[in-house]
Design a protein around this ligand. Structure first.
Ligand code: FES
Length: 88
């Protein structure tokens, strides 16, 4: 199970973390990943000035915008799942 955490701390929330979550959920639905990816909110990662922060497993990404989510899936999320036998 791959865990994706989107910061919903006040700064990230104001910068649109809700829209990032919606975009991630949309792609999870599209790829039918609901039983292989756990999407949850998290509190501040102390990167508030860098834009919305998203953790994919143990990796932290900053400045994530809804339009970045598709690339994040292609470059990080789908490959991370291929490397984890529990995600297959
Ligand atoms: S509120 Fe998201 S990193 Fe601080």
């Amino acid at each position: 199970m791959l865990t994706i955490q989107v910061c919903v701390g006040s700064s990230c929330f104001l910068r649109g973390s809700k829209n990032v979550i919606a975009e991630i959920q949309k792609l999870m639905d599209e790829f039918q990943l609901d039983d292989r990816v756990l999407l949850k909110g998290s509190f501040c990662h102390e990167k508030c000035t860098d834009g919305v922060t998203v953790m994919v497993g143990e990796r932290l990404f900053t400045g994530v915008r809804p339009k970045d989510v598709e690339a994040l899936f292609e470059k990080e999320i789908l490959p991370a799942m291929e490397g984890d036998p529990e995600c297959l």
